[in-house]
Design a protein around this ligand. Structure first.
Ligand code: PLP
Length: 195
């Protein structure tokens, strides 16, 4: 995850050979990656933050994979934009495994229907993504995501961040989204607590 990282950090990790990157905001990602995209042929950019329907065309133009499909309206907007752009988006469905009201993601019991809708609209659904609640052990969220994937014939599981990626891998993650464990402490104010 390269969100908030300065150019030096990006160039260093590119030089080290990393090619798959996640960003959580469309505009910031454009600023960080539009130029580098041309220079690095095998780059893969993945959107891991919420997507508003009015940003769909920009997101489709920049990202290879949208990990945050979470509602029917967005599936429809992606399908329309894909038709115009002549490009079939690769998507993951984000599942709100903790049913947190403030968090993006389709509710677990509505995931099968959204996956079916996305497929019927011609989107390439590759898998599922989740962000477990911060105040809960992540294990059963990862297991739940794996169960939903299995019953829908999906192979890709984007789950696990710096604090819990080992647990996620043990429970079947194919993609972990690691920020501070690679780049060092977040660019947050000095008052942030250190754990
Ligand atoms: C920032 C972010 C991450 C990475 O978090 P770290 O704790 O820095 O590893 C993972 N997933 C999403 C959706 C994020 O926004």
């Amino acid at each position: 995850m390269t969100k908030t990282q300065p150019p030096e950090a990006i160039d260093a990790i590119l030089a080290a050979g990393q090619r798959v990157f996640g960003e959580n905001r469309v505009q910031e990602a454009q600023a960080r990656w539009a130029g580098r995209r041309a220079a690095v042929a095998d780059l893969e950019l993945r959107l891991i933050g919420p997507l508003q329907t009015n940003k769909v065309p920009d997101a489709l133009a920049l990202f290879d994979v949208i990990e945050t499909l979470d509602r029917p309206r967005l599936a429809e907007a992606l399908a329309i934009a894909a038709g115009k752009a002549g490009k079939t988006p690769r998507v993951l469905v984000q599942v709100n495994t903790g049913a947190e009201p403030q968090k993006a993601g389709v509710l677990p019991e509505e995931a099968d229907a959204l996956i079916a809708l996305a497929r019927s609209l011609g989107l390439t659904v590759e898998g599922l993504m989740c962000i477990p609640p911060v105040d809960d052990a992540p294990d059963h969220h990862f297991v739940l995501l794996g169960d939903i994937a299995r019953r829908n014939g999906l192979d890709v599981l984007s789950m696990g961040m710096s604090g819990d990626y080992e647990t996620a891998i043990r429970l079947g993650a194919t993609h972990v989204r690691v920020g501070w464990a690679l780049f060092g402490e977040r660019n947050t104010p000095q008052t942030a607590s250190i754990d």
